[in-house]
Design a protein around this ligand. Structure first.
Ligand code: CP
Ligand code: NVA
Length: 298
């Protein structure tokens, strides 16, 4: 596996390998005697803010023996119009891999192609593969195989996190219910590519009934700030609260990729009641991404 650009491009076997290595990384944290990224420097190019992704990658690379260099696009020539394909070829002469958070998926694909070095998607407008790998890992730690389970995604069903869940559903054989107003459901072409395990359901209560996971993400993703008022009005009813949780299975997990906007996609009481799971998701970003780093640099 050379890159991690999307869940769509990942095979089931590659995902299972990542989960297996992540479990070992978690178990052996602080006890490793081998440092596979020793002597390497990895570049992080982030065009959007980040807490979890940035810190987990910076710590993860260091724990594997490497170093990182954080590049804010506004501080490098990329921000003044230098082409992605030129930036990619320059960086490939100096660093060993790139971890990129940006807007267009096409930009990260272009970077990977022209750099020829391991490239990891740290979130684009289309996908957030590292997040969803950590989320599935977290579910499986607590409840066993996700195969045959029902995951209900509440909110913006066309968001990057929802889309990554969508491509995981077919590969790992679980049902994904996207509980969103029709306008916030993925386009028909993406749904077709994702396969048959996706149900778009505008009725939130129906979508939550009997679910094994209730999952949500913010209503206004990074880059959509201009649409805030409209999104809050249109996504208003699509949130996780105590009433909704009662419709899911008694052992259902409530999950959130964070950051959370309490009172919007989830209420404070529900988030706090499920804080253990939600912050486990955050912690597992570290272990899962260490497995990703090992896979792409092998
Ligand atoms: N969930 C997530 O990716 O968080 P950050 O934006 O803080 O990295
Ligand atoms: N959908 C959110 C995820 C944040 C981690 C966004 O893109 O802002």
């Amino acid at each position: 596996m050379k890159n991690l650009l999307s869940i769509e491009q990942l095979s089931r076997a590659e995902m299972e390998d990542i989960f297996r290595v992540a479990a070992l990384q978690k178990q052996n944290r602080g006890k490793n005697t081998e440092f596979p990224l020793r002597g390497q420097t990895w570049g992080l190019i982030f065009s959007k803010p980040s807490t979890r992704t940035r810190v987990s990658f910076e710590v993860g690379v260091r724990e594997l023996g490497g170093g990182t260099i954080f590049l804010n696009p506004n501080d490098i020539q990329l921000g003044r119009g230098e082409l992605i394909k030129d930036t990619a070829r320059v960086l490939a002469r100096m660093v060993h891999g790139a971890i990129i958070r940006t807007f267009a998926q096409a930009d990260i694909e272009e970077f990977a192609e022209f750099s020829g070095m391991p490239t990891i998607n740290a979130l684009t407008d289309e996908e957030h593969p590292c997040q969803i790998l950590a989320d599935i890992f977290t579910f499986q730690e607590k409840r066993g195989s996700i195969a045959g389970k029902v995951v209900t995604f509440v909110g913006d069903g066309a968001s990057n996190t929802a889309r990554s869940w969508m491509f995981a559903a077919g590969k790992l054989d679980f049902e994904l219910r996207l509980a969103s107003p029709p306008k916030y459901q993925p386009d028909a072409e993406s749904l077709k590519r994702a396969g048959e395990n996706i149900v778009c359901q505008a009725n939130l209560q129906e979508a939550a009934r009997g679910a094994d996971v209730l999952y949500t993400d913010i209503w206004v993703s990074m880059g959509q700030e201009g649409e805030e008022a409209r999104r809050e009005a249109e996504l208003g009813p699509y949130w996780i609260n105590q009433e909704l949780v009662k419709l899911a299975k008694p052992e259902a997990l409530v999950m959130h990729c964070l950051p959370a906007h309490r009172g919007q996609e989830i209420d404070d009481a529900t988030l706090e009641a499920n804080a253990q799971t939600i912050f486990d998701q955050s912690e597992n970003r570290l272990h899962v991404q260490k497995a990703v780093l090992l896979a792409v640099s092998a």
